[in-house]
Write a protein that binds this ligand. Structure first.
Ligand code: RB5
Length: 143
């Protein structure tokens, strides 16, 4: 898969390690930053990732900040982007199975790196269930 990834300073360490993990698994990775530990503003990185997902330039995205909320709030402003915040593997599974999340958002300050990797793996391996869940996600976007 071609995965877009972004973080702010709070998610930088996990982002760096996840890029290596994903490349090791044979995926293509597009890094939307930040690449500096200096304090920065999460929308500056979330918006470019969201546009890449929306336009189909990447197959899916991963975003990290301290709580995950700043990234999720920003990403979900983009039509067609379904950014879901997950903090354990069950939620990571359900956000794909039920919500067809095309961006996985994680709270880097509140989960271990090991948990982050397990969530990424679970989310990538899970298939969208469709059916009633398709009807529901079709009602999300408004013009
Ligand atoms: C940065 O301190 C923090 O506010 C940010 O990473 C994120 O948690 C915001 O939602």
């Amino acid at each position: 898969m071609k995965i877009g990834i972004c973080s702010d300073h709070a998610g930088l360490d996990y982002k760096t390690r996840l890029i290596a993990y994903l490349l090791g698994k044979g995926h293509e990775v597009v890094n939307f930053g930040t690449d500096s530990p200096e304090s920065c503003d999460y929308p500056d990185y979330a918006h470019p990732l969201a546009e890449a997902v929306r336009k189909g330039e990447v197959d899916a995205g991963i975003a990290l900040c301290g709580t995950g909320n700043g990234m999720a709030l920003t990403l979900n402003h983009h039509k067609g982007v379904r950014a879901c915040l997950a903090w354990n593997t069950e939620i990571a599974r359900l956000c794909k199975e039920h919500n067809d999340a095309n961006v996985l958002v994680m709270p880097a300050r509140f989960v271990s790196y090991r948990m982050a990797v397990m969530m990424v793996r679970t989310w990538m391996e899970t298939k969208f269930a469709g059916g009633r869940h398709k009807r529901r996600i079709d009602k999300i976007d408004i013009d």
